[in-house]
Ligand binder design. Structure first.
Ligand code: ADP
Ligand code: ASP
Ligand code: MG
Length: 457
């Protein structure tokens, strides 16, 4: 079987959903489980509705609910012709939005948003889009079934899961298999919500935005898929973000490790957790373009394939904070452990680390809710310098293990463009090199490095 995931743009309008349905119907693989994201922009709208509710801005969240209702009803009208299915769709949309309205009303009284409430609210994005697609497929005579994954997670709490760790997701994947396999046996195509439930820590904190890629990967693992296909709005993983460099080219094949590095270093095209469920069963992950389905896309495989370039892709992460700590006695052992433990206790993950005789610098994402508390705690023991609005540019690819002088060219191209580097780091497996630069230099840096390594001279 194949696990197919369609992202926000692929579900973004009636036309896009119709195109998605055609890909599903004409897919060469008979057994498919489909996972969908919310229509593009809807998760952001839902998150804003929650903020309005806790600020007691009733009109604010009502306007949003109206916008969401119109978006889905308009699409339903175009996509579903059969009276019975259309009525089912309208009732579904109205009931779900009225329940959400009641929930938001309760939040105006509480005035606080827990991660569980946040999960409850954003769930609706994928519930509505999955229902739309399944009704459209049924309207076309297909055996498709709307499948909300929420209840599977709820049933797992009877087994004492308190954190959303790998064990939790292994159990979830196992349960997914027991629900989806009987549907496949009846030749039904399940249309699953990319949102999978109220999990410990909340889905946005514990998994992060773009979680539907991960859902499709867990489904692939659960059903021992031959392929996990991520259908999106670009023709694969590119040599960099095409919104920054329009000449970016598609990478034909890369390894599980390279794809994970790219995702962790900021390539938004796949969620960083997409790969690990595929690794154990050695499932091929393919990135495809919904609007250009004949394009071959990018294959992510165990070994990958080296390209003729010095590496595969350039990533950039913006909104980075650099913390540099100094102590009267830097040679004292245990400073690194203390620093890491302090970050862990506030649930703050560190991206890069650079150490010297006199200081230790770490980078973290700006705007973490506990960042100022971490800094206050560290200031009790160390001198702490904080610099916000930095960016991390990274080059990624196994090829650089074999090419001499890649780091030199990377840094000198930045220097020639007058871009100052404030910190550097090389990944332990020699397949990535990162540099911290000013946030305002980020796009220029990506263009410069892309030109240096990928444009034919
Ligand atoms: P979806 O809604 O389908 O999940 P996303 O917006 O999450 O899609 O991811 C696709 C987007 O990722 C692309 O439109 C592109 O702008 C961005 N992107 C960033 N880096 C890359 C890259 N290296 N290759 C391809 N796309 C990238
Ligand atoms: N709709 C969710 C988001 O915007 C999940 C996803 O798109 O995968 O983050
Ligand atoms: Mg995505």
């Amino acid at each position: 079987m194949f696990s197919l995931k369609f992202g926000g743009t692929s579900m973004g309008s009636a036309e896009a959903i119709a195109q998605t349905a055609q890909i599903i119907i004409h897919h060469p693989e008979k057994d498919k489980v489909v996972t969908v994201s919310a229509m593009s922009g809807v998760t952001d709208l839902l998150l804003s509705s929650a903020q309005y509710a806790i600020q007691n801005n009733v009109q604010g969240y009502k306007n949003i609910l109206q916008e969401i209702e119109e978006k889905h009803s308009t699409a339903l009208k175009i996509l579903v012709k059969e009276e019975e299915f259309y009525k089912e769709g309208i009732d579904f949309i109205q009931t779900k939005l009225s329940n959400l309205s009641n929930f938001l009303h309760a939040l105006t009284v509480i005035g606080e948003l827990s991660s569980r409430s946040n999960d409850e609210i954003i769930a609706l994005g994928e519930i509505l889009s999955a229902k739309l697609l399944s009704l459209h497929l049924q309207d076309l005579g297909e055996k498709a079934e709307f499948t909300s994954l929420d209840t599977i997670v709820s049933s797992m709490f009877k087994h004492d899961h308190t954190t959303s760790d790998k064990h939790f997701f292994e159990c979830f994947s196992h349960k997914l298999g027991s629900i989806l396999t009987p549907l496949l046996e009846k030749n039904v195509t399940p249309i699953c919500t990319g949102f999978f439930g109220k999990i410990p820590g909340g889905i946005v904190n514990a998994v992060g935005r773009g979680y539907s890629d991960f859902t499709a990967a867990l489904i692939g693992k659960a059903c021992n898929a031959e392929e996990i296909q991520i259908w999106t709005d670009v023709s694969g993983i590119l040599s960099t973000d095409p919104r920054i460099v329009k000449e970016a080219h598609v990478i034909t094949e890369l390894s599980f490790n390279e794809a994970t590095e790219l995702a962790n270093l900021g390539a938004k095209v796949i969620h960083p957790q997409t790969i690990w469920p595929a690794v154990k069963n050695n499932i091929l992950v393919r990135i495809k373009n919904t609007m250009a389905p004949d394009d071959p896309g990018t294959a992510i495989t165990k070994r990958g394939k080296d390209s003729h370039y010095a590496f595969k892709s350039i990533t950039v992460q913006k909104n980075i904070t650099v913390l540099t700590i100094q102590s009267a006695n830097m040679s004292e052992s245990g400073i690194l452990i203390d620093l890491f433990q302090s970050c862990a206790s506030y649930d703050i993950s560190i991206d890069l680390v650079s150490t010297s005789e006199s200081s230790i610098s770490i980078t973290i994402q700006n705007g973490h809710q506990h960042l100022s508390r971490l800094i206050t705690e560290l200031e009790k023991r160390y001198m702490v310098k904080t610099v916000h609005n930095k960016a991390i540019i990274a080059i990624v690819g196994n090829e650089m293990r074999k090419h001499i002088g890649v780091a030199g060219r990377f840094f000198s191209s930045l220097a020639e463009a007058n871009i100052n580097i404030s910190m550097i780091s090389q990944g332990a497996n020699e397949s990535n090199i990162s540099a911290v630069i000013a946030g305002s230099d980020a796009n220029n840096a990506v263009k410069t490095v892309h030109k240096e390594f990928f444009h034919t001279k």
